[in-house]
Write a protein that binds this ligand. Structure first.
Ligand SMILES: NC(=O)C1=CN([C@@H]2O[C@H](COP(=O)(O)OP(=O)(O)OC[C@H]3O[C@@H](n4cnc5c(N)ncnc54)[C@H](OP(=O)(O)O)[C@@H]3O)[C@@H](O)[C@H]2O)[C@@H](O)CC1
Ligand SMILES: Nc1ncnc2c1ncn2[C@@H]1O[C@H](COP(=O)(O)OP(=O)(O)O)[C@@H](O)[C@H]1O
Length: 493
């Protein structure tokens, strides 16, 4: 399991430790750890190091690390990028023989552009957790100036990224990011994680704050969360999932959803839908039963188009939404919810569906602005949070990194899972995900865990279905049960 902590909580935790230590000790630990990683990455293959040092403590870490590297006989150039710099760090670097250049505004000078183009290692210490999203104006073209062969090592976070991981912005793209004791949201959130590269946590003895901001389950975590049946269980006690999906037109979506739910071991599936998908399911998933009946949770909406749905489907869906049972709403099912329910609710939109839902319910940003394509693109998890708050529901926003956002009042962490190959971006994959998450809701998991664990299993199943190559959704649905078996077999830490 990985955990990330809010920037304010990290600052408070660091401050408490710093107060107990001699002046500068915490930064010394950070800089030593950073220099050690930098040396390891350089190996024997290079000696030209450019250290970019900004105005804050992040720049201080980088300058102290520059001093340590210069002591190792490397060719180290430090570029000061802000209006000021960490004085202790600058003195250490100068004293160790680091060559200092300035790029405080305007275009970079020739010495800086030449060094960046030829560097073997670039250490990015421009901005850390004190950074606002976006690179400083004069550094906008910096990513283009770094030579293609350079290994880019970011200090704490790639400069330009939003430390909270909420706002998409221009930034450095790192090969590796070294952070200190505590991961921050920037490292795990979908808008910023792609810029982080490999994440290395150097321990500087700062303890975890109490509140977790972002959490990610590892494969090993699944065994402790999965509803494994006991000897006294029967199909009803294990959970029956009602599925209202598909129609005369979209017959495949229910096949994907019901297959996935059955293969991951739900007690039983009851399917409600018109003739064409019902006939297909009778052939393809003979384990399913048909028509209404008692269920422990509902999965509603995959391949369901409201205008084309049967009157039975619309009636059953409306009753389910009005009930006190857990309900998952996917795709067309998202068009059926008008306000908060009084029972566990998991919404599983992709970005386009989330935008449509936010517009339909006239959900506004905190400043009153309407939610549009631009806001959705720049701040997807913020929009998910606004929808979660309005509907008192958990929102699973699909993507290469899937986020599971709960209402703010719940104080639950955001879960982000990045387990699937990019091949998973294929029609029907979301229907299989709805089946897996629905099975977990029926098995008694709360929506945030059903969403996060479901996304993990879905990603692993896609990986296993055809390792390294394209996958079709039905194969993901078929593989999901074997993926669960594999995850349950992993040794526990
Ligand atoms: N606390 C500890 O004990 C330890 C801390 N450690 C390290 O400290 C780092 C945090 O340091 P920090 O607080 O000094 O913040 P940091 O990001 O370096 O600089 C902020 C400065 O940048 C400026 N600025 C911001 N955004 C900007 C923008 N877009 N464009 C232009 N300017 C912008 C901002 O200006 P202002 O907001 O005042 O306008 C301010 O001057 C942390 O990430 C870790 O590496 C380690 O040593 C371990 C021990
Ligand atoms: N680039 C990507 N990399 C990995 N997984 C992705 C990517 N894009 C989408 N996915 C996953 O693929 C699935 C697509 O779901 P969805 O868009 O609802 O498709 P459909 O409605 O056709 O079933 C989701 O689980 C999503 O998380």
């Amino acid at each position: 399991m990985m955990r990330a902590f809010a920037v304010a909580d990290v600052r408070a935790a660091e401050e408490a430790v710093r107060a107990q230590l001699p002046e500068g000790m915490l930064m010394t630990r950070a800089a030593e750890g950073l220099a050690e990683v930098a040396m390891a990455r350089l190996g024997r293959h290079g000696s030209r190091v450019v250290v970019l040092a900004g105005p804050g403590d992040n720049g201080g870490d980088a300058l102290y690390a520059a001093a340590a590297l210069a002591g190792d006989d490397l060719n180290v150039l430090a570029v000061l990028t802000g209006p000021a710099e960490h004085q202790g760090g600058l003195e250490a670097a100068t004293g160790a023989g680091v060559v200092i250049e300035e790029w405080r505004d305007g275009p970079a000078g020739d010495a800086v552009t030449g060094a960046l183009a030829d560097a073997d290692l670039v250490i990015d210490g421009i901005l850390g957790i004190g950074g606002r999203p976006g690179l400083p104006e004069h550094l906008r073209n910096l990513p283009d100036l770094i030579g293609g062969d350079a290994f880019v090592l970011a200090v704490d976070l790639p400069s330009g990224c939003d430390p909270a991981g909420l706002v998409r912005s221009d930034s450095i793209y790192a090969d590796e990011t070294v952070t200190f004791s505590l991961a921050k949201p920037v490292h795990l959130m979908p808008v910023s994680e792609p810029a982080v590269g490999m994440l290395t946590v150097v321990d500087i003895d700062v303890p975890d704050p109490d509140a977790i901001a972002v959490q990610r389950f590892s494969h090993q975590d699944v065994a402790s969360l999965w509803p494994v049946p006991g000897p006294d269980d029967d199909k009803y006690s294990r959970g029956v999932l009602g599925v209202v999906a598909g129609g005369e037109h979209y017959t495949g979506a229910p096949v994907m959803a019901v297959t996935a739910a059955v293969t991951v071991g739900v007690g039983m599936v009851r399917y409600v839908g018109p003739d064409a998908p019902t006939h297909l399911l009778r052939q393809l998933v003979p384990e399913a039963v048909f028509g209404e009946g008692r269920v422990q949770a509902w999965a509603i909406g995959s391949g369901l188009v409201v205008d084309d749905a049967s009157s039975e489907q619309l009636r059953v869906a409306a009753e389910a939404i009005a009930s006190d049972l857990p309900v998952l709403l996917d795709a067309g099912g998202l068009d059926l919810i008008e306000g908060p329910r009084h029972a566990p609710t998991l919404l599983t939109p992709h970005a386009g569906e989330l935008l449509r839902l936010a517009k339909r319910l006239d959900i506004r940003a905190q400043d009153g602005a309407t939610i549009d394509e631009r806001l959705m693109q720049l701040q997807p998890t913020v929009v998910a949070g606004l929808v979660a708050d309005r509907l008192d529901a958990t929102v699973l926003l699909k993507g290469s990194i899937t986020s599971v956002v709960s209402p703010g009042a719940s104080e639950l962490p955001t879960y982000t899972q990045a387990d699937g190959p990019t091949w998973l971006a294929t029609a029907g994959a979301g229907d299989a995900l709805a089946g897996i998450c629905g099975a977990l809701l029926a098995g008694g998991l709360p929506p945030q865990l059903a969403g996060a664990v479901g996304a993990l299993v879905h990603g692993v199943a896609a990986d296993q279905a055809n390792p390294g190559g394209p996958v079709r959704a039905l194969d993901v649905a078929h593989q999901a049960g074997r993926a669960v078996a594999h995850l349950l077999s992993l040794p526990q830490e």
